[in-house]
Design a protein around this ligand. Sequence first.
Ligand code: HEM
Length: 519
Amino acid sequence: MGLITIVLVALLIGLGIHIFIKRIKFMRLRDECGFDGPPIGFIQFLIGHMYDIVKDAIVNGPENGAYFVIKLHEKYGETFGHYFGWHFAVRTTDPVIMKEVFIKQFGNFTDRENNTYTMGYPLGESLLQIGRDGPHEYGWKEVRSITSPIFTTGKMKAMLPIMHERVVTLIDVLKSKAVDGRINVDVYDEFQALTMDVIGRTAFGVQADSLHDRNDTFYVNGRNFFNEFTIEKSWMLLVSIMVPFLGTICRPYSKLNGYQQIIAKNLTEVVTERRKRMESGWTPKGQVDLIDLLLQQDIIRQQNENKPPMHIDTIVSNCYGFLLAGYETTSTALAFTAWLLAKNPHVQEKLYAEIVEKVGNDSKARGEYDVVMKLPYLDAVFQESLRIRPPVIFFSSRTCVKETYINGFKFTPGTHVGSPVHAIHWDPNLWPNPEVFDPERFIDGKPAHEMAWVAFGVGPRHCVGQRFAEMEYKFALLELIQSFKLELTEKSDDPLQHRVNIVVLRPLNGVHLALVPRD
Ligand code: HEM
């Protein structure tokens, strides 16, 4: 054996021993910080409890994905720790710890839970994932400060006509599908086309028409991305979580990355054009979309703070983030609600009665923000639907950036902390008979405490698009219920099955219903 070979072998052995010792130290972190949690065997030592999650999905089927974390809470209490590949993650539903992490000590938990996939372009620069230090000279705080003003009530009202036109188109499309006075459809598919068109038109500046054409490029790429965004289908996501540095290397070669690069490329062209238009003095008036509003906020920031324009990648990433956040979530919320209303006709009829009484056939009132957003029973249905079937369950998460102690537990930099929304919303101590769909809960009473209803997250990093989502949901549901009676059919799931796709909860088999026109 030559000298070089001996040196190389010695180096490799040294590196192996170094990684091994580091890993042993890392595996002791949970005990050192005072958390209980699932056992650590040989496999968990190598790849963490991701193994248990994947095994559970294979053994029990994807429809049980949401219950894995609930079982862990039942066994190890409100707060426990487990290993996600090379990350240590704490899961908590304890309202005191949640309040500290998400609100009071936000400065110690500014960043979102992340991995080498979500940190890459375009996702990593969007508000969804950006940390306190972004790839350019600004981070989450600056991006949030230009993004929040585009979701004010005033801006929503200006965007409403684009959204409302699509909602009316959806109803026309559905009516055109009637056979013998009934429309048998997968409403999830229809709502996905609606939300894709709305986000395409408001955030991407494209005249997406997925409602009429399911081959629309925008729709196809968006859907492909979401269908691929699961741990079973995307090996790259799994690698990014389990072995972060390999995730960075493999990322460019994955299918998932391919879909998002196509969308980002198209979007870069639109943003470049729009920026040129705005730099030449054009300002958004009348009907506006999110790109124009974002670029306008950036100009205001440049003037007020004497800063250079934000990098085009940041603007593109944020519009892309709006697609991710706005397409799947709202369509899922609407589809879950449609099923819940079909299953509970007394709730559906009460909602219909409110719509007839307060809005009737007054087409002006039906398109009016202040009227629709303030219908009390519609609001109760919205809140209860998102309680019983929250579309986003694993995204209320943070990464600790500064060591701190909460309730006797130690949190060290790099530790992930997440609060599974469904574990809170399905807790019988907070919501008696949690499996019963009962909008009256939100008319007669209030949640047990401020952390008991967290469908849009908590604190300064809560969902920035909540108003947008609520507006789209309420206008779409109002038109749907005014036009049709929803019924379950022999094709409907009963009970409704769901599955987890990374952070979202979505119907497993679509939502097949019969729509019976009311007139
Ligand atoms: C029913 C629909 C929606 C639900 C249930 C939902 C839920 C959530 C949740 C749980 C979070 C994490 C909050 C936290 O960490 O505390 C979040 C963040 C976010 N959402 Fe939504 N969302 C919805 C729709 C939307 C829409 C329509 C948009 C934009 C058009 C949007 C944009 C965002 C963004 C950008 C963030 C990251 C905020 C930040 O980190 O500062 N969401 N959403």
